[in-house]
Structure formats: C-alpha cells, structure tokens
Design a protein around this ligand. Structure first.
Ligand code: PMP
Length: 390
C-alpha cells in the first residue's frame, strides 16, 4: 500500500533538529532531572477564571457543533482587538477563528498558494514553517536574516528570492531570535511585497510579549491591509496552548476561502473553547500584561547572567519568550554545544541549527522555567561556555 506523496513532500528532507528534545525526554523517562529550556510551552497555566468560563459554557450546553467561522461575539471581539492594536479598520467578517495559530498558518498558505509556486519564509524560523508551506505542494523558499544584521530580513533579499513566489511569511516578535522587526525592516518588507505582488502572512502570536519599543503590525502600513493576513493565538498571550484557539484576520475573500477549507477540515473550534476565549479577551490588556510579565522578568535575568561573557553573545532580546545567544567563540556548533550541555549538565536548550542555517553557531533558550531555576541553569550554561574557550 502506498501513501500519498503530499505528506512526504511536506516533510522534506531536512532534519528538524528536535533530536535533542527526544534525548532529553529519554533522560527524564530514565529518572534523570533535566532543566528544560527548549520548547515554547509557558510554565504559567491557564487562569482558573478562564477555565470556569469554559466549564460554565459547556454546562450551559455549548457542546454542539460550533459556528464554524467562530461565534459572532468572538469574531467581533478579535476584530476590535486587532483594530485597537493596529489602527486598521477590521470587521468580524475579516476574522476566522481557528484551532490555534498553527491551523491559521496552514489555512493561510492553503488558500493563497498553489503547487508550482513558491512560499517565502525567513530564517531563523519556527519549526513548522517549511512543512506548512510545502503542505500546499508549493516550494518553501528561505530568506536568511543574517546574524550581523541583527536577524532583520533585508528588502533586497526578499526581492531577490521572489521569482515565482506568491506569499511571504514573517514573525515578529520572533521565535527563535527574540528580535522585533524595526519600522525600517517592516517598511522594506511592505515595499518588497508590493513590488513582487506577494501576500504577506504576518505571524503575530507573540504580540503581547514586547519588552522594547512598541508592537507594530505591518498590516497597518500604507497599501498593506489588502494583501496581509495576520495570524494570532491565545496560546502565548493567555497561556492557553492546550485550548487550541487562534485566528486569522484577512480581506473577506481570503476569510471566505479559509472558511470553506475549515468546513472540510476542522469543522470549527468547540463552542465552550470559543466562549472561554471571549472571556479571556474581555479581561483586557492588564490581564495580558500579567501573563507576559514572567517572561519579561526572565529576559532581564538572562541579560544579567549572560551579558559580558567572552564565550557567548546575547542577541538583544526585544520580545517573545526566548533569548538567543551566539556561542561561536566557544568553537562549538550549536548542535555540539546543546548536546554536551545536556549530557554534562542536564540542561536542554535548542541548537540554532534547528531553526535554519542563519542561526548556526547559536543556541535558543526558552524562558519557561521559574526564575530561580532559570538563573541557576544560566549560570551553569555560562560556566560551560567559558570552559570551552581556547
Ligand atoms: N507561530 C510561532 C512563531 C510559534 O512559536 C507558535 C508556537 N510555538 C505558533 C505559531 C503556533 O502556536 P499555536 O498553534 O499554539 O497558536
């Protein structure tokens, strides 16, 4: 029996670099204690008040087939949020509720890309990006954002890669670098999209985790609302990773196409999850700031512990729940550094190589452990790095 070629194509031939994670899990299963600074799972749990709203909704009978595009109340709430944050007029008809940001990423590419075309994405990148683009049958074409340029993608590089391309996927605040794209970068991206007639897919799932400057959505730039799809999620902003709820904001024809896709795939998000999301979003920005606060604090801890070392250089962390460090002075690759740190010190970080060649010689540290645990682990990590110096 043969499988469809589609998924083999989606998988591609690149390793995904998650080997280190599997090794760490093996060690934990064998009873060892490992400090996991690897994946973006907040240690903060969903607020009990959100869970109560969820349970009440289910108890009140919101357990049938859901509104597939999302309840009107939730779509209106998301539209208002996006409009308030970006200044761009946004109506409920511009919103599709999805089972998480990942589903929104998949839908956006599915409705905008055809086999034979190319979808652009920026490295260092979030692990699922190339596979999601390839799932459409299109080519996933990478644009390297260079470490020397502070991991800000260049307009010229986008243009140079744009032949045959239909979409460009960006992510700011960025996973894995913790970088936020500057106004100049976003304007360059907008110019490139207009010149090469690209749809811009803007992954804004970390929009509440901004430690420096202000969050800016490229959808607000002149001429961009009609060619931009914004992806959002409550996973990080409200510590709701397991609820699987996010959204896509786009021009109405894109939403209509994505709804057709949803009818044939997810059939929507459970009503009680949607009601919990509505409750969560209604708590307002102070609640979101409180969920984000531990990551801001830990970013400051990382800066304090890791700054000034000869063995590693912190990429200035402006947002998101990660910090990235250049460990090339140690003479080790990111892969070797992460592997030895795990075996010798029981600390698991992600090698930069798993986010694309642009992040080779770097490691990504997720700020997902309690402050004191993180601080101790970072001191050990710094000591390990310094011990490798020639
Ligand atoms: N985009 C980025 C950049 C992410 O880091 C993640 C999750 N870590 C997602 C999208 C998807 O998140 P979710 O599906 O939980 O919303």
């Amino acid at each position: 029996m043969e499988l469809a070629a589609r998924v083999a194509h989606m998988r591609g031939d690149a390793g995904n670099g998650w080997g280190i994670l599997f090794r760490a899990r093996e060690m934990i299963a064998a009873g060892e204690s490992v400090v996991m600074l690897s994946i973006g799972e907040p240690d903060v749990k969903t607020d009990p008040a959100i869970l109560t709203a969820m349970a009440q909704s289910a108890a009140n009978g919101h357990t049938g087939y859901p509104d597939i595009a999302g309840t009107m109340a939730l779509r209106a709430q998301i539209a208002a949020r996006v409009q308030a944050r970006s200044g761009v007029p946004t109506r409920p008809e511009n919103v599709l509720v999805t089972p998480g940001g990942q589903s929104a990423l998949f839908s956006a590419h599915s409705v905008l890309l055809d086999p034979g075309q190319a979808g652009l994405f920026v490295a260092p990148y979030y692990a699922t990006y190339p596979g999601t683009i390839r799932s459409t049958g299109a080519e996933a074409r990478v644009i390297e954002a260079r470490a020397e340029a502070g991991f800000q993608p260049a307009e010229a590089d986008i243009l140079a890669a744009s032949a045959g391309a239909r979409t460009l996927l960006i992510n700011s605040p960025n996973n894995p670098t913790g970088v936020i794209y500057s106004d100049a970068t976003l304007r360059g991206i907008a110019r490139a999209c207009q010149a090469a007639d690209l749809w811009l897919i803007s992954d804004e799932v970390y929009d509440t985790q901004v430690w420096q400057g202000q969050f800016q959505s490229p959808r607000a730039l002149p001429g961009m609302a009609e060619r931009t799809v914004v992806l959002g999620s409550l996973s990080k902003s409200h510590a709701m990773t397991g609820s699987r709820i996010g959204w896509m904001v786009a021009p109405e024809p894109v939403i209509a196409a994505a709804l057709e896709l949803a009818i044939n795939t997810t059939y929507g998000v459970p009503g009680f999850i949607q009601d919990a999301a509505l409750f969560a979003l209604r708590q307002g920005t102070a609640f979101e700031a409180a969920v984000a606060a531990p990551f801001h604090r830990r970013r400051d801890i990382a800066k304090a512990v890791l700054s000034g070392s000869q063995a590693l250089r912190l990429i200035p962390p402006a947002g998101a729940m990660y910090v990235m460090a250049d460990i090339r002075p140690t003479g080790l690759s990111g892969d070797a550094f992460a592997a030895r740190l795990l075996e010798e010190h029981k600390i698991c970080v992600m090698p930069g190589e798993s986010f694309g060649a642009a992040a080779a010689g770097h490691i990504r540290i997720a700020l997902t452990q309690a402050d004191a645990v993180l601080e101790d682990a970072l001191r050990v990590l710094r000591g390990f790095a310094e011990a490798q110096m020639p």
